[in-house]
Design a protein around this ligand. Structure first.
Ligand SMILES: Cc1cc2nc3c(=O)[nH]c(=O)nc-3n(C[C@H](O)[C@H](O)[C@H](O)COP(=O)(O)OP(=O)(O)OC[C@H]3O[C@@H](n4cnc5c(N)ncnc54)[C@H](O)[C@@H]3O)c2cc1C
Length: 639
């Protein structure tokens, strides 16, 4: 842990830490043990203090379950949240840091739904701005403005997981240059002091230097005139989701994944919802949890949950699916994205560098609801066609290393009478039903925090709750942000050994290489040293899959500290192997199972079941079977 102490504190963390108080009123508190109300600055400081504690451990899953079981009719929670995506975890974090007693159940894993399947952009939405100007739509402009505010806060509160990313808009017609230049300058202007970096024009030559694979001539034989480069944020979505969940747990919320709300409980006299029946999906055992308010944050499934409350509830979700594909790194430079501003059918497609590979997408098609959406071949082909117009690389289906589909929870406000499709909003919806169920949905990842704030405000009103303070998530660092700085990986490289290498039969410890150190810091922020320590002290320093920086130690760490309960939890949402390369993920399975089995005490039967479940899960990611390449960055010697 020595390395952790040496990390410089991030600016926000330091600011909050200065307000720290000697006594942390929440220390050790779980929802059932205390309903202490902590003054505003103390609440933030308590979270920061806990982040600072080198030996902090997330309460074990069994402790979380016991806390939830302890929430009886006589001792209810203030808020029970259903759904552990970005929105639900955001609600739990917001409510618990206001001093409320909070529990959350997620039927699969944190981020198992849409929140791990996004384009990974933390953005205001340049295309919404375009609409705002052309349609003189003040509402759209407000949405962009608001999302840009939230963009800045995410980058500030989780700087290890979200970074600014330049994106290039190629122009093959002369008129496009001033058009996009003015539009993107307007984007800077709307961002105001929240701007990441100024957008700017790149000449043809500069563009080719920055993006060597960009086509000089497109398929219509038009020559590249230049490009306009602008900035948005890019995140590791499921890790950010897990960080929000763990921060909420750190603050005292009872967060339980693999726990499903199977029915809702109503007070027979008032007809108000007073809790839910929960099934632990790992043991199949059921129990009741009582709460003053239930918040439905089930994303695309929120109609299902509203249906549990009222079989006749109107539907508010119009599910639409979006597909992404992952291609080798040579499709795009390391630090420059590309936006195809208008595909043949007028959509926008992005091609972005992400975790050492290239992500391209997305599509927009009406979908049926399922927890395992699968990309269709024509959707994959649509993306390949859209980017091939702009690249010199021969775009091949056989290069698709992974492909996934996610379902957008596009929502209509049930309180708005106009029900035509135009009323389906990209904005979020918070509605309170007569039985007291609060539903929060729609919006986008970028605005999860303010969606949560609105939902908690509605819950407080609906349940006449008495929080100790106002919302304070604007400036609350998320787990991993504390103690992080951009150069943290250098400390890691110099402090830790990663594994033992063999030199002529002699086994000697090897230094942690920079690729692994960078990866750990980008994934775990200020907590990276904990993972490095496990790698070194427990001999878990080997890579899990050739070509990727994921270490064995991460499996153990995530099982101990991040509620990683299954092989799929690990390969898809703690590490992103399933999303990056399904072949590599398949190769990693035996070792991941072995380490998780040791952590969770699995027997042979459970290991077999986990292997089958993981293989079935990976089948839903439609990679080309033979998609393999070597980026040369992670040599076999280390594997
Ligand atoms: C293709 C695509 C690309 C996108 N790209 C971006 C982007 O780049 N930037 C951006 O800002 N936004 C983006 N979005 C939008 C963003 O991803 C979503 O708005 C956001 O993830 C929704 O989060 P959520 O928590 O509301 O839903 P979800 O993440 O789906 O979470 C809902 C959770 O509820 C759980 N649940 C359901 N029923 C129950 C029950 N009965 N009991 C317990 N749990 C239950 C589910 O298992 C699920 O995990 C994109 C969306 C899509 C589809």
């Amino acid at each position: 842990m020595a390395g952790l102490a040496r990390f410089r504190k991030g600016a926000i963390s330091a600011a909050l830490a200065t307000t720290a108080v000697a006594t942390v009123a929440w220390a050790g508190s779980q929802v059932s043990s205390s309903d202490a109300v902590v003054p505003r600055s103390e609440a933030a400081a308590a979270v920061v203090q806990r982040m600072e504690a080198a030996d902090w451990k997330a309460p074990h899953r069994s402790v979380q379950e016991a806390s939830l079981r302890g929430c009886t009719a006589a001792n209810p929670l203030d808020i029970l949240v259903i759904g552990g995506g970005a929105t639900g975890c955001g609600v739990a974090l917001d409510a618990v840091t206001r001093g409320l007693r909070v529990g959350l159940v997620e039927r699969d894993d944190f981020a198992a739904g849409t929140s791990s399947r996004s384009t990974k952009l933390v953005h205001g939405g340049v295309r919404y701005l375009e609409k705002a100007f052309w349609k003189l739509d003040y509402g759209q402009l407000k949405l962009v403005f608001h999302a840009l505010e939230e963009r800045a806060q995410i980058l500030q509160n989780a700087p290890h997981l979200c970074k600014p990313l330049p994106t290039m808009t190629p122009c093959y017609e002369w008129w496009e240059l001033p058009y996009y230049w003015v539009g993107l300058k307007a984007y800077d202007l709307v961002a105001g002091r929240r701007m990441l970096h100024l957008s700017r024009y790149f000449s043809k030559q500069e563009s080719m230097e920055a993006f060597p694979t960009l086509a000089l001539q497109n398929s219509h034989n038009k020559t590249l005139k230049g490009t306009v480069v602008y900035y948005d944020g890019q995140m590791n979505d499921s890790r950010l989701n897990v960080a929000i969940a763990c921060t909420a747990a750190l603050a005292g919320a009872a967060m339980m994944n693999h726990a499903e709300a199977v029915s809702l409980k109503k007070d027979p006299k008032s007809g108000k919802i007073i809790g839910a029946r929960i099934r632990n999906n790992l043991t199949n055992k059921e129990f009741d949890v009582y709460a003053n308010v239930v918040v439905n944050a089930a994303g695309p499934f929120c109609d299902e949950v509203r249906g549990l409350a009222d079989g006749k509830a109107s539907h508010i979700i119009s599910p639409s699916s979006g597909v992404h594909i992952v291609l080798p790194d040579y499709y795009s430079p390391d630090n420059m994205g590309l936006i195809v501003p208008k595909t043949k059918d007028g959509r926008v497609v992005f091609m972005l560098p992400w975790l050492g590979r290239t992500v391209a997408g997305t599509t927009d098609s009406a979908a049926t609801l399922t927890m395992s959406p699968e990309p269709h071949e024509e959707e994959i082909q649509f993306i390949l066609d859209a980017i091939s117009d702009y690249l010199t690389v021969k775009v091949r289906r056989s290069d698709v290393m992974s492909a996934w589909s996610g379902i957008r929870p596009l929502a209509t406000d049930p309180n708005v009478k106009d029900t035509d499709t135009a009323s389906i909003s990209r904005d979020h919806v918070v509605c309170v039903d007569p039985d007291g169920l609060v539903t929060v949905t729609g919006g986008k990842w970028t605005t999860y925090r303010s969606m949560a704030e609105d939902a908690v405000n509605a819950a407080i009103k609906s349940g006449s709750l008495r929080p100790g303070q106002d919302c304070l998530t604007h400036q609350l660092p998320l787990m991993g942000a504390y103690g992080w700085d951009p150069a943290s990986f250098t400390v890691l490289s110099q402090t830790y050994l990663r594994m033992k290498r063999s030199y002529g039969g002699k086994i000697v410890p090897g230094a942690m290489d920079s690729a692994a150190a960078k990866h750990l810091v980008d994934s775990y922020g200020g907590l990276a040293a904990r993972v490095a320590h496990i790698a070194q002290a427990e001999g878990l320093g080997k890579r899990l899959a050739h070509g990727y920086p994921y270490l064995e130690a991460e499996v153990a760490y995530c099982a101990r500290h991040e509620y990683c309960e299954s092989v799929v939890d690990f390969i898809s949402r703690r590490a992103r192997l399933a999303f990056l390369d399904t072949n590599a993920a398949t190769r990693a399975l035996p070792r991941v199972i072995e380490i998780l089995a040791a952590e969770h005490g699995w027997d042979r039967h459970k290991k077999k079941m986990e292997l089958e479940a993981a293989k079935a899960f990976l089948e839903t990611f439609k990679a080309a079977k033979n998609a393999q390449f070597d980026d040369g960055k992670h040599s076999k010697m280390h594997a």
